[in-house]
Ligand binder design. Structure first.
Ligand SMILES: Cc1cc2nc3c(=O)[nH]c(=O)nc-3n(C[C@H](O)[C@H](O)[C@H](O)COP(=O)(O)OP(=O)(O)OC[C@H]3O[C@@H](n4cnc5c(N)ncnc54)[C@H](O)[C@@H]3O)c2cc1C
Length: 463
């Protein structure tokens, strides 16, 4: 695939480290967040800057190497690493520059959300991201981005102002509402299909101390509470978000010992409205939902809320995801959800429902590649455990759960929260936007160099 001389030429041009199987640090560098993934690339190129990205893309293209692009390495099916190819690791590109006057932030392609929040929170500002701080900006953004601020300020892509991209042919360009608009449309949900995003520019919002955190109730109230939560969140003011979960209480502080390892139902809140308003709202939630058995909701710094679950989900656990969108949650869906949720196979395994109404609905389904703008909920069923021995059991549970609910779903899943299931879920996720994505793929990556992702096949490669 490449000779030692050709590799030397790349080494001479490359500023960051290049690691092959014989190098120290190779094994650590090929690991991703999901311990179920165990791939062996030929070369890991840890980029320092855009020039390194250009060299890496050119080297993979010219030598016919499979090319994986690694942002935060959180992807469930491990699409940031590959066998026998080149991994372009953006982890050396982690600069963040806040422009408080303009209310924007520019973020390098290898950052995690915790790094972005660290920089913006100094100014009392934030942009919508996810629910965990260790997730990569790259993959989360390019897939859409669902998080605590979705109902209030939209998806992450709804706050994306511009993106710098290195294309398959080595060109560098910027995509925004005024420049390369077709590409800008496609990267807002179309994943890593079109190039390597070296930098993102986001709109910021005033977010400082919010009112939020988890409330938990006994599992035997799950049906009734899921209905109450559904009806509440459908009509709630946009300043508040609350995702619903079926969980097992971790056997550690700060959870009260009498609840350790109990299955419970939870809502994790985030309200950005001023404190007196938020306090009044939470008092009425406690009345409407009934007093929680465990209640951690209150004033909390944004960065603390964003990283609350990081210790529960460190890197190195085994993960298996299934997902769907739902327009509504009928009584039958609630019954099935609670029934399967009562059999969570391991302590870390869980079912979450994330609201995506409010501000997300103000953008039309064809305005960005992410199209589920009429759905109200993104569901994820996730089997997680440190022990590989439990993998089969948690996969079987997640599949059964998903199979039972899928007939009631909106017809496609959030691609950032599924495994690698081939072309059908990709087509279903994009629906009426798929053909337009293929046209953009044909223009910017006709040879499908960027294929280690939820892949959109260029039309020349469709059988
Ligand atoms: C614990 C956990 C919590 C999560 N929480 C949320 C959440 O709250 N909200 C949400 O929306 N999603 C969430 N996700 C899903 C997450 O969005 C996806 O796993 C996403 O792919 C992670 O992005 P990454 O950069 O960390 O991943 P990586 O594994 O590095 O990359 C994932 C994919 O994106 C591509 N990619 C990454 N960076 C770039 C780039 N700069 N340019 C081009 N392509 C790139 C890669 O090629 C690959 O195909 C979560 C995942 C985990 C494991």
């Amino acid at each position: 695939m490449f000779t030692p001389d050709e590799l030397k030429t790349l080494r001479d041009a490359f500023r960051g480290p290049l690691l092959g199987p014989e190098d120290d640090g190779y094994d650590a560098s090929r690991q991703v967040y999901n311990a179920m993934i165990d791939r062996h690339p030929r070369l890991i190129a840890r980029c320092s800057d855009v020039a390194d990205v250009m060299h890496g893309v050119g080297f993979a293209r010219d030598h016919g190497l499979p090319l994986a692009v690694r942002g935060g390495a959180h992807n469930g099916p491990g699409l940031g690493v590959c066998d026998d190819g080149l991994v372009l690791d953006l982890g050396g590109m982690r600069g963040v520059r806040v422009d408080p006057g303009a209310g924007t932030v520019r973020v390098d392609g290898g950052c995690t959300w915790g790094e972005v929040d660290h920089a913006t929170s100094a100014f009392g500002l934030a942009t919508p991201s996810g629910f965990i701080s260790t997730t990569g900006v790259g993959g989360l953004t390019l897939g859409g981005g669902i998080g605590y601020l979705s109902r209030t300020y939209g998806l992450t892509v709804d706050n994306l102002l511009s993106v710098d991209i290195v294309l398959a042919d080595g060109r560098f360009l910027t995509a925004s509402a005024d420049e390369n608009e077709d590409l800008f449309w496609a990267v807002r949900g179309g994943g890593g299909n079109f190039g390597v995003a070296t930098s993102f520019e986001f709109r910021l919002h005033p977010v400082d101390v919010v009112h939020g955190g988890p409330m938990l109730w006994p599992f035997d109230r799950a049906r009734e509470l899921m209905r109450t939560w559904h009806d509440y969140i459908i009509g709630a003011p946009e300043s508040i978000n609350g995702w619903f979960g079926l969980v097992t209480v971790p056997p550690a502080p700060p959870f009260p010992e009498e609840h350790h390892l109990q299955k419970m139902c939870a809502v994790v809140w985030c309200d950005t409205s001023p404190t007196p308003e938020a306090e009044a709202r939470f008092a009425s939630i406690r009345r409407e939902f009934g007093a929680p058995a465990i209640d951690f909701a209150g004033p909390i710094p944004w960065t603390t809320l964003q990283s609350l679950f990081d210790p529960l989900y460190p890197p190195g656990l085994h993960w298996y995801w299934k997902a769907d969108f739902f327009d509504t949650l009928s009584d039958e869906v609630i019954d099935l959800t609670v029934d399967h949720g009562s059999r969570l196979p391991t302590m870390h395994s869980t079912m979450h429902l994330y609201p995506i109404n409010g501000a997300v609905h103000r953008v039309g389904p064809s305005e960005t590649a992410f199209r589920f703008r009429n759905a109200n909920f993104a569901q994820v069923i996730v089997g997680v455990d440190p022990e590989p021995a439990n993998t089969d059991r948690m996969i079987a549970w997640a599949r059964d759960y998903w199979n039972a609910l899928h007939p009631f779903a909106a017809g496609g899943a959030y691609l950032n929260m599924i495994m690698d299931e081939g072309p059908d879920p990709v087509k279903a996720a994009y629906g009426g936007n798929y053909d337009r994505l293929v046209a953009v793929k044909d223009k910017y990556d006709p040879e499908n160099l960027f294929r280690i992702n939820q892949n959109i096949l260029p039309s020349s490669m469709v059988a």
